[in-house]
Design a protein around this ligand. Structure first.
Ligand code: UT7
Length: 339
């Protein structure tokens, strides 16, 4: 008996959206809090300011706005959405914030869940969502990357507090003809043996429970980061994974329209671009205005470049995320826009 061929759909990137908090914190303002300066931060990172969630705003609220933007862009009825994934390490609810977003979006037929992979989270979530679409079990997905790391930063540690900001970005993915596939290739990696370079650990505080037993109290320490180790990890692993992805897909670097990296440090973006001789004009960067928004950086940057017309229908994008875990990944994407 002949085997039934596997169902294999293409995945189109059909919409994008984003949202950032109102409060803007400049390098000069940070200099009033810790011993730092605009010139140090600008020259070592490329960051000039970042956004910080203030009263009246929530990460869930930003995520809903980003998801609404992507849904409207794609010209979808929210009830036609099958899947909502929120990539975040900082949910408003540790049980998961995606169902709240699903409800506020009016995506009442969608299943919704959170996914955590720190700064690689958006890419991991995009690939996860694309599997449901690829095999035909779902048709429409919203993938959100959102983080509020300013909640977990030690604002007296100048080695880390200058880097981070808050934000949310989202994309809309639709199952389509395999000949119009926009998720061309991907590679995802983890190395927990190096996880202590960057983490946000549970605080080890035990209290008496009943006679002879203790229980742990909830709570986390602020972000712990060895900046130099993370920097070395990024400039070694990101070019390596991108090189494997491009050569495995027979794509020459010069044929890329855009390099869209996790926005951690301008020096990392420049080093990766140099490795592939990609001109600065093709390297997307907005970290000067937002700093490192963790899982949000890639969709936030993507949405900005789509909205201002830099990214056009059919453009080929190499993207890479990296960060705590340690985790990292890369994908080769083609932007489609509304079908
Ligand atoms: O999503 C991933 C998240 N993490 C990252 O992306 C981190 C990647 N790493 C980096 O971006 C860089 O390592 C940093 C920007 C964090 C630090 O830059 P660096 O060039 O590696 O600086 P450093 O840690 O080697 O520090 C150099 C000097 C030190 O002074 P001494 O010991 O040489 O006298 C630091 O104390 O700079 C000092 N320093 C600062 N000075 C002013 C460190 N932070 C600051 C600061 N302002 N904010």
């Amino acid at each position: 008996m002949a085997e039934t061929p596997p169902i294999n759909y293409g995945i189109a990137l059909v919409g994008s959206g984003s949202a950032t908090p109102k409060q803007r914190l400049t390098n000069d303002q940070l200099g009033l809090r810790v011993d730092t300066s605009d010139s140090w931060i600008s020259s070592r990172t490329g960051i000039h300011s970042r956004r910080v969630i203030g009263s009246g705003e929530t990460l869930t609220g930003l995520s809903v706005r980003a998801a609404q933007g992507a849904t409207t862009f794609a010209r979808w009825d929210p009830e036609s959405i099958d899947l909502v994934i929120l990539a975040t390490s900082t949910p408003d609810d540790l049980f998961g914030s995606a169902p709240q977003i699903q409800a506020e979006l009016g995506a009442k037929n969608a299943v919704a869940f959170d996914l955590t992979a720190a700064c690689s989270g958006f890419l991991f979530a995009l690939v996860t969502a694309s599997q449901f679409l690829r095999n035909g079990s779902m048709r429409r997905a919203i993938v959100i990357g959102a983080d509020q790391l300013t909640r977990w930063v030690n604002w007296d540690d100048r080695r880390s507090c200058v880097l981070f900001g808050d934000g949310a970005g989202a994309i809309a993915l639709e199952a389509t003809d395999i000949n119009h596939d926009g998720v061309i290739a991907f590679s995802l990696k983890s190395d927990g043996s190096r996880g202590d370079c960057l983490n946000l650990p549970n605080v080890q505080n035990f209290q008496p429970l009943v006679e002879g037993l203790v229980h742990q109290t909830g709570g986390f320490l602020p972000i712990q980061m060895n900046g130099q180790e993370v920097y070395k990890f990024a400039v070694r692993e990101v070019p390596s994974i991108l090189e494997d992805l491009l050569s495995g897909s027979n794509v020459a670097p010069e044929t890329l329209d855009w390099l869209l990296l996790h926005q951690a440090n301008q020096r990392i973006l420049d080093a990766v671009a140099d490795r592939f001789s990609i001109p600065k004009t093709k390297v997307l960067s907005n970290l000067a205005n937002y700093g490192n928004t963790s899982a949000a950086t890639i969709p936030l940057m993507l949405d900005e470049a789509v909205q201002d017309g830099r990214i056009k229908r059919g453009d080929l994008i190499a993207t890479s995320g990296f960060g705590a875990g340690l985790s990292w990944g890369a994908a080769l994407l083609r932007w489609q826009g509304p079908i």
